[in-house]
Design a binder for this molecule. Structure first.
Ligand code: TEU
Ligand code: CA
Length: 532
């Protein structure tokens, strides 16, 4: 059993990320909705996922797909009502599932009433809710906007132009308008965000994926001490009322985020771009999303290299934080390119093999289980290159791939027009499909304590001059140990099995794998889990 903070269900949890716009449209308006998510809970559960992360589903002008919130406490009408969302929580719970909403604490939409009030000349409750300079002509070393408000000041942005930064104060101050983290304004912002969390937790939500969690306090340096303190206070307040609430941060530095009080963080590396000699695992950069030739991600048979550079970067972080929380892998998300079609079906099978057997709680992005493809399409709602990973879920071979009954031109985004585009119905009927591979991996994961999110990882083989990666996972109580090995490359590679695994057998594999005589030999593009 895990000794990690957070509720016990996290130990063998598997998350499914839903971009609500594109999952299932139940009222024919061309856009996914909450009743659509409820409709497919059994599907998600059947896949082996028992928790959801839903991208922001709150009222918004949708200039950044809902990451520009105009009312934190109201479901966007296009997705349904607050009552629908509360029904989703209940339906999920009745299936033993949990639901995380997406909290965007660092900024709001420029249309949020707080910002409208803050923009006024007359002082009011929200004057200092955002970060304003003292004059419409005063810039600063952060993105800012001037000339848009009657208030004689410029304001700081957190992301796009539509997303003014909320005021959590400055860690170090060099201008008179900068407030401390202890200022009444910064405290009021923190309290307001705690109220948002309380609002949804009291209605049955299980926690939050927190957007740009490291962005709160400005001038906070690389170590983020004041941002960490702000979260300790906010999460502390929430947990005193909701001790089982779960928080996963978009931070990417678990030494900081777990200290801040998050249960989990994502393994994210914005520098990944498939460069040779990089420590890229999946080559995340959206610019390279369809560039197969120059793809040097680890799972690419032709383009990849040793797993070492990835491990050199990952392992120290993992070791330093493994007793504090969970450092999680994603198959992809709404900001990153899907693995298909850049990686082949086989390369992805090997890749999922690793991602679903590593420590941390895995996050599967909707559609990755059938190999939905990144598409080269024009931007929608501030998606730009990210839009290609946000297309409608492909349920079956019917109208709009079963996503919606709307006219195709009225869909949120076009469905993949390829007649061979994968879909759920077809893959459910094909025992050799990607869908069934994902199900098999997740079933294995759930059955074995050695594959739980807290089970220890030890590297067994990771040659500098090869493609092999072999590792042992050991359950927290030392009760079970399994060996996992993969070879994403094109030549056969082998390694000596540790003595206690020598008599093991393959529990699940893809490709040509031979276990015997104290050795494991892995053919091209192969993966195996060895156990008793
Ligand atoms: O993302 C923050 C972020 O840094 C990434 O968006 C990344 O820089 C970008 O997508 C390029 O790939 C979060 C959300 O996940 C994203 O969807 C939002 O647009 C952003 O915050 C602003 O809220
Ligand atoms: Ca709809």
């Amino acid at each position: 059993m895990a000794n990690l903070p957070g509720p016990e269900w996290l130990d063998d949890a598997v998350f499914y990320e839903i971009y609500p716009q594109s999952f299932l449209d139940t009222n024919g308006d061309g856009i996914g909705d909450i009743p659509g998510i409820i409709d497919r809970l059994d599907y998600v559960r059947g896949l082996g996922c028992d928790a959801l992360w839903i991208n922001p589903c709150f009222d918004s002008p949708f200039k950044d797909a809902g990451y520009d919130v105009s009312d934190y406490m109201k479901v966007a009408p296009r997705y349904g009502t607050n009552a629908d969302l509360e029904r989703l929580f209940r339906e999920a719970h009745s299936r033993g599932m949990h639901v995380l909403l997406d909290l965007v604490p660092g900024h709001t939409s420029e249309e949020h009433p707080w910002f409208r009030e803050s923009s006024r000349v007359e002082r009011n409750e929200y004057t200092d809710r955002y970060i304003w300079t003292d004059s419409a002509f005063e810039g600063y070393s952060m993105p800012f906007i001037g000339g848009e408000s009657e208030r004689d000041a410029t304001y700081i942005l957190n992301f796009f132009k539509c997303q003014p930064a909320l005021n959590y104060g400055f860690a170090t101050r060099d201008r008179k308008w900068q407030m401390s983290t202890d200022s009444p304004a910064a405290r009021a912002t923190r309290r307001a965000m705690v109220d948002v969390m309380r609002f949804w937790l009291s209605r049955g939500c299980d926690g939050f994926r927190v957007d740009m969690a490291n962005s709160l306090v400005k001038n906070d340096g690389d170590d983020k001490p004041e941002t960490i303190r702000a979260w300790q206070e906010m999460l502390g307040a929430v947990r005193s009322e909701y001790p089982d609430a779960v928080f996963v941060s978009e931070w990417g530095t678990p030494a900081q985020s777990l200290e801040a009080g998050f249960d989990m963080d994502f393994y994210l590396d914005w520098r990944w771009n498939g460069v040779p000699n990089g420590y890229n695992l999946l080559a995340r950069n959206v610019d390279g999303a369809l560039n197969v030739r120059d793809d040097h991600s680890y799972f690419s048979a032709h383009g990849g290299g040793s797993v070492r550079p990835f491990l050199d970067q990952y392992l120290p972080q993992y070791e330093a934080t493994r007793s504090k929380g969970r450092f999680c892998f994603i198959t992809c998300n709404h900001d990153t390119p899907r693995m298909a079609p850049r990686l082949t079906d086989r390369e992805r099978r090997v890749g999922y093999g690793m991602l679903f057997t590593m420590p941390g709680v895995p996050f599967l992005y909707y559609g990755d289980e059938i190999g939905m493809r990144y598409r080269d399409i024009s931007t929608k709602e501030g998606g730009y290159a990210r839009t290609g990973s946000r297309t409608p879920m492909q349920w079956d071979g019917g109208r709009n791939d079963g996503f919606s009954t709307a006219d195709p031109e009225n869909l949120y985004l076009p469905v993949d027009p390829d007649p061979h585009a994968p879909n759920v119905a077809e893959q459910q009927d094909d025992s050799d499909s990607m869908l069934h591979w994902v199900e098999s991996l997740l079933r294995l994961r759930r059955r074995h304590p050695a594959l739980s999110s807290s089970a220890r990882l030890d590297v067994v083989a990771a040659p500098e001059d090869g493609r092999l990666f072999a590792y042992r996972r050991t359950a927290a109580d030392e009760g079970e140990s399994l060996l996992v090995a993969l070879n994403p490359g094109l030549s056969e590679e082998g390694f000596d099995l540790p003595a206690d695994a020598a008599a093991g057998r393959s529990l699940l594999s893809v490709g040509d794998v031979r276990i015997g005589g104290g050795r494991a030999v892995l053919g091209p593009r192969s993966f195996v889990v060895v156990g008793k």
